[in-house]
Write a protein that binds this ligand. Sequence first.
Ligand SMILES: [Zn+2]
Length: 340
Amino acid sequence: MVKTRRRPYSEQRPTDLGGGVWSVPVPIPGNPLGYTLVYLIESPAGPVLVDAGWNHPDAWLALRDGMGAAGVDVREVRGVVVTHFHPDHAGLAGQVREESGAWIAMHEADAALVRLMHEFEDGAHRDFQADMLKRAGADAVEVEEAAAHRPRPPAVPDLTLRDGDLVDLPGRRLRVVWTPGHTPGHVCLHLADADRLFTGDHVLPGITPHVGVYPYDRADVDPLGDFLASLRKVAGLGGLEALPAHEWAFPDAGARAMEILAHHEEKLQALAVLLEGAGGPLTIWETAGRMTWNRPWEELPAMLRGMAAGEAAAHLRALEVRGVIRRTPGAEPVTFALHS
Ligand SMILES: [Zn+2]
């Protein structure tokens, strides 16, 4: 598959995709991803947005002006469906609601996380982060650096969604396809009256979304296993036109989902080989340090290192669930070795 090269935000324009759907690029200041594609779906009862973009004054202007290009005033917006709670998707939903009285809808699993974030106080958040890093084998300096980050939680939604629900969009059929993995409540949205799938971050044309386990040593979840199952679910929908939240729209969501599936299966195999050759059990941190990232481990800043460790943890956990590796009983920090 030939990949179109990603173009910078400055070259993005609000675009009429036909069939009453517009894409509105909204910048993510200071982030190499560049922009979120917010989608506007027209309906006789007013437009609904899929995602809203990053909470920043420049992003707000881009969203407002982009909707203006589609002939829509922000005050007319009926609702915002958020594909997942991350700030580049949910960030501006609260401001859209303030201006328009729109509802905000999100899958119930992500809605529960958002409520939890609002309850968490700064001190408790710091302790939680520090404890999680220590148990994964991070050193004191890394714990100190990473625990200092505290993102602002997104707006609490008015409506929660479940798999198969129809979004409140009179005259159109927009169905929720629950695709956990990138977050527990990530959803794709199938515009069934037009064979289009809003894929959020689940299926992107040139990159793959972050899938991590938090806290790193959790043994009661399997986000990567969920993600791979969610990719199969999208592949099962057939060749729908994909309208992703980043990069660019592309023709066949299912084909790309299968590619991403193969990528992770390769990564899982490589990790099993790595553990086999390690000569002893590894902590999550040691494992992450030996995996291949887009930059050498030593050069990753604290936040990216924390995400890489989450990704390593997700792959370890998936291999554990499959019975390929096991965690050493009672080890503190937790370690993993190939199942003998
Ligand atoms: Zn995301």
